[in-house]
Design a protein. Sequence first.
Length: 134
Amino acid sequence: IQRDLRDVVYSNVIMRRKRGVSWASVMPREIDEIINLDELDQVCRQIFYVDKNLRDDLELFPDSAVYHVEYENLCGAPKIEMENILKFAADNNIQLQAHATEIPQDFALSKPKTEGWIDEKEIIRIDSILESLR
C-alpha cells in the first residue's frame, strides 16, 4: 500500500514525540547515513529510504506477482479496490480465499493531526527535505 510520504513522515514525527523516543518504525538500509541527523532530516530520509528499499525489492519480482494499492484509492473505494485485487489474482493464477465480510462503500482518509505536534515551519521544512530527495 502506497501512502503519501508526507503523511507517513508526519505520523512518524508525531509518534516519536508522543512516546518520547528517538527512533520509531523500520530502519532503512541507509541507517548509517541518517542515524546522526537532526530529527526532521532523519525521519524524512528514513521514510524516503524505506519506501525506496521496498520499491527496489519489489523490482526483483515479475509484475504478475505484485499488485500496487494507493492508500487514497483504498479509502475512497474499498470495494472497487478489493475487486481489482481479486481480478489481478485471478488473471495471474494466484489463489485467494474470499471471506464473506461486508466491505464499506468508503471510509475516511486518515490524515495525521499535526496541530500541537508539528509547527508550520517544520511542515515547510519536511516538504523541502522530501522534495530534495525526489
